[in-house]
Design a protein around this ligand. Structure first.
Ligand code: ATP
Length: 416
C-alpha cells in the first residue's frame, strides 16, 4: 500500500454523497469565518483501511458551536450543544456529525476526567489514544483532503500496530487499555511491543477508573462482532480480573458466545445476554460485587441475578421425570435473557431441554377458563378463584386436561 498524502479521492469514493457535500461545505464555511476545520478520529483511520464508517467527527480551530449553527441553517435538522465542552452535534435526516473545538487536555490525577482548554489541532491530536486514531484530514478549501499525521499513524496502520502516543498514556486514562484490546481484535492488529509493555506495567491503573466508565468500555466490547476475542485477550493480559478477581478466561466463554449468536439470529445477541454469560460462573457474592462495581442498570442487574437464580435450580431441572408444571413454577417470572443464558450455559442436556420446553411452550400456556367463567359456574369471587385457576393451569401443563369440558369437570370436582 503506497503512502497516501491526500485523501480527497478516498472521501469521494467511500463516503455517501451527502457527507462528501457536507465536508466540502464545512471547509468553505470555516474558511469564510477565518477558522480551520479537520476531519478527525476513527473515520480517518477507517478511510485509510477502506472500511465503511460514517461517524463523522470534526475538530474546529475556532468556535465549534457557532460553526455548527451556521451549518445547520441550510439543513432541516437538529442541533445539540454542550457549552461546557465546546461541542455540538448536528443531525439531519439519517446523518449525524459531531463537532468540537480542538483542545488540549491535562490530567490532575490518573483516571479522572481531564481538564480541557481550547487549543490547536496539534494538541488535539496529541491527547488521543493511539497513533492510528491521531490523524486528521484538512477540510479547508486550499488544502482539502491533506492528511495530517504527526505520529506516523499511517505507518502503524500498514504494519497493523496499536501504539500509544506517550509513555504515560495508560496512566492518564487507562480506559485506553480496554480500547486498545478492542481495536486489536476488531482490526486484527497487534499492540506494538513497547505499548504492550506499558499496558502490562499499568494494568493496575484500571482500578483508578470509575465503574461507569469501565461499564461503557465493556458495553462497547459487547457490541463488537466477536467480543469473546477481546475478553480472552483481556484474560491473558490481566485486565479481565480487574472487572472481578474471579473472572478468568479458560476458553469456556468463546463457545457460549458463539451459541448466543446462533440463538439470536438474525439479530445480534442482546448485551445483557453476553453480560450474563460473562458473569455466569460467579458466586452470588461475586456477582453482586460485579453488579455494584459496574453500576449495572436495573434490567441488566436483574438479568444477572435471575441467571444465577435459575442456575441454582439446575439440579432439579435436570431430573428426567420432572413434571412440566414443576418446570413452569421453577422458571416462571425470570427474565427472558436469564432463561436463554441457562439454555446456553447449562452442562446438563436434560436441564437444557426442560428450560427450552418452558421457553418455547410452557410459558405461553393458560387455562381455557378464566375468573369470570368460574364466577358464572358459581364459585364465589375471592382467593379461591386464583387457587382453582392455578390448579387448572398445572393440570393443563401436565396434560391432565385438554378441552374446555375437561376443565369444567375439574372445576366441578374442586368445588364439590
Ligand atoms: P469506534 O470505531 O469504536 O467508534 P472511534 O475511533 O470512532 O472508534 P470513539 O470512541 O468514537 O472512537 O472516539 C473518537 C476518537 O476520540 C477516537 O478515534 C480517539 O481519537 C479519541 N478518543 C476516544 N476515547 C479516547 C480516550 N479514552 N483517550 C484518548 N483518545 C480517545
Amino acid at each position: 500500500m503506497p503512502e497516501v498524502t491526500n485523501l480527497a479521492d478516498k472521501i469521494e469514493k467511500q463516503l455517501p454523497n451527502e457527507l462528501v457535500g457536507f465536508l466540502k461545505q464545512a471547509g468553505e464555511v470555516t474558511a469564510g469565518r477565518g477558522e480551520a476545520v479537520y476531519l478527525v478520529g476513527g473515520v480517518v483511520r477507517d478511510l485509510l483501511l477502506d472500511k465503511t464508517n460514517i461517524d463523522i467527527d470534526l475538530a474546529v480551530e475556532g468556535d465549534a458551536i457557532a460553526f455548527a449553527r451556521e451549518l445547520i441553517r441550510d439543513r432541516d435538522g437538529k442541533i445539540t450543544i454542550h457549552r461546557q465542552f465546546n461541542t455540538a452535534k448536528i443531525v439531519w435526516h439519517e446523518w449525524s456529525v459531531d463537532l468540537a473545538t480542538s483542545r488540549r487536555e491535562s490530567y490532575s490525577r490518573p483516571g479522572v476526567l481531564p481538564t480541557v482548554k481550547p487549543s490547536s489541532l496539534d494538541d488535539d491530536l496529541f491527547r488521543r489514544d493511539f497513533t492510528i486514531n491521531a490523524m486528521a484530514i484538512d477540510l479547508n478549501p486550499h488544502s482539502y483532503g491533506r492528511l495530517i499525521d504527526p505520529y506516523s499513524g499511517q505507518k502503524d496502520i500498514k504494519q497493523g500496530l496499536l501504539r500509544v502516543l506517550h509513555e504515560k498514556s495508560f496512566i492518564d486514562d487507562s480506559t485506553r487499555i480496554w480500547r486498545g484490546l478492542r481495536y486489536e481484535q476488531r482490526l486484527d492488529f497487534r499492540l506494538e511491543a513497547d505499548t504492550l509493555i506499558l499496558l502490562q506495567r499499568d494494568i493496575s491503573m484500571l482500578d483508578s477508573i470509575s465503574g461507569d466508565r469501565i461499564r461503557y468500555e465493556l458495553e462497547c466490547i459487547l457490541d463488537e462482532e466477536l467480543p469473546e476475542k477481546v475478553l480472552q485477550r483481556a484474560g491473558k493480559l490481566g485486565a479481565l480480573e480487574r472487572l472481578n478477581p474471579a473472572l478468568e478466561d479458560d476458553g469456556w466463554l468463546a463457545d457460549k458466545y458463539n451459541n448466543a449468536r446462533q440463538m439470536s439470529l438474525p439479530h445480534k445477541p442482546p448485551p445483557d445476554l453476553y453480560m450474563a454469560l460473562l458473569a455466569y460462573n460467579l458466586t452470588d457474592k461475586e456477582r453482586e460485587q460485579f453488579i455494584s462495581y459496574l453500576r449495572l442498570p436495573k434490567p441488566a442487574a436483574r438479568t444477572l441475578r435471575d441467571s444465577g437464580g435459575i442456575r441454582a435450580k439446575l439440579t432439579e431441572l435436570a431430573a428426567a421425570a420432572i413434571k412440566p408444571s414443576r418446570i413452569y413454577h421453577l422458571l416462571h417470572g425470570y427474565s427472558p435473557q436469564a432463561i436463554t443464558s441457562n439454555i446456553i450455559a447449562s452442562d446438563s442436556p436434560i436441564a437444557c431441554r426442560n428450560i427450552k420446553l418452558y421457553s418455547d411452550k410452557l410459558q405461553h400456556i393458560k387455562p381455557l377458563l378464566n375468573g369470570n367463567d368460574l364466577i358464572k359456574m358459581g364459585i364465589p369471587p375471592g382467593p379461591r378463584i386464583k387457587e382453582i385457576l392455578n390448579k387448572l393451569l398445572d393440570a393443563r401443563l401436565d396434560g391432565e386436561v385438554k378441552t374446555r369440558q375437561d376443565e369444567e369437570e375439574m372445576v366441578g370436582e374442586l368445588s364439590a
